[in-house]
Design a protein around this ligand. Sequence first.
Ligand code: ZN
Length: 502
Amino acid sequence: MVSGLSWDSVQRNLAGVFPYRFDEGLRVHSWEAFRPPLQTTLGDYWSLQNEKDRRLYSLIEAFAQNNGQLGIGDARYVNVLKIILQAFTPLKYSLHRSFAHLGRQMPGDAARIACQLQSLDNLRHFQTQTHALSHFNKYFMGLDQAPHWFDHAWYLAPAKSFADDVFSAGPLETLVAVSFSFECLFSNLLNVCLMSGAARNGDASSANAGLSCQSDATRHMAFGLALLKFLAAQDPANLPILQGWIDKWFWRGFRLMSFVAMAQDYLLTLHSSSWQSHWTQYVEGAGAALFADLADLGLRRPAGWDDACDAKSHLSHQTFSGFYGHTSNTAFHTWAPADEELDWLHAEYPESFRRYYRPRFEYYREQHVAGTHWRNPATPLLCRTCHFPTWFTQPGQARRVSAVEATIDGRPEHFCSDHCRNIFETNPAKYRQSRLATDAVLAGAGSASVYEAAQLGFDVFAATLAAAKIRPGVDGGEFTDSADDRHFRDWAGGRAAREGRV
Ligand code: ZN
């Protein structure tokens, strides 16, 4: 019931039937030999997903009826949800579209059906995450414009750019990018590690949505890995192409994980374990076994592997510190961490945090106590490939910012790293089409007309934020005394009074 469903074109012109597939250069001699693991019939698929949804929605409903938003303990936690809903939930929707496209373009019946199911899974994840988080949208700022922010907010461009890069890749590259690289190496960090933190912070609604997603990811991983092995075994000429995709998508996925690193170490307010410990277990540990297995086929670890592992003790601190400086221009809150939070980070990162980051955060704290919040007045220099500001440091040199400038086809380009430069150079015409948010700001226009922009006193930053529908000081900015902070304190006070505790 799940195989032998293929058909041939009457004209036998397969390149005309599957045009995108044949642009990629991979040689596949027999699709008949490909049998993905965990194959399922459509009947079983629908009944299983229905059962998962039924359980999840009853949990979401119970959370809402019990006023679960009051049980989270600390309103700062909601900023984890803002990052998920702004960056990762729209990414799921984009992946739903990418895989729907693959469900049409993929040669080989088994792979085509697996893509169709993965498209449905991603649509389900988009919906369940949106529903699980919708309860918080009634009570907190920074959640109501997520799809618009995904498309327009400068700081979400790394996620948007990742989604667009997947969407415009060929069918087999998309599978290596998502089903292999992202699902096998990174999805646990988001759906399991961060969502365990959500449960610990009292948010059963989001935590269960994450775990429900990860149950599908297991099938995606098995599919991605089986397809990669199949393609590698089909022809030795495929290996350099596959290795190039592994190098590229590992680095793009790693950069995207900066959001998760920040959420894990800083936005979660009740901590259990650090980003570094999760990276060591889920990426270094699991990845070593994965690539040892693939070495027999002639594939090696991604080119950026050592640099990404070197960054595990720096990534979350650099990302949160970077966003703290630009917090007025985002739709999530940041704050100067309190002493006990700094002590926890110090214990988790005994070397790097003490040497490089604790003094910086203590300075932020001093400024905060004095009533002047430290802000970065500069417009960030964005990486042409991943769209993150160039605020990360060089491997092994945590005091040297990593910024690469290169002249490519006669034009100056800037990158966060050599890896992003290498990705750009595989297809400059493609990456040059992306819109860099800071280019628009520096050009003086934002979204305003040339006439408006030429007026005396025109505020280009305000115009850019207005176009992105970010309300400074409401959706994001300093947390203390924000609307989220004030409302939550009022509710907590009201509840304490009702329960006779004050
Ligand atoms: Zn980059």
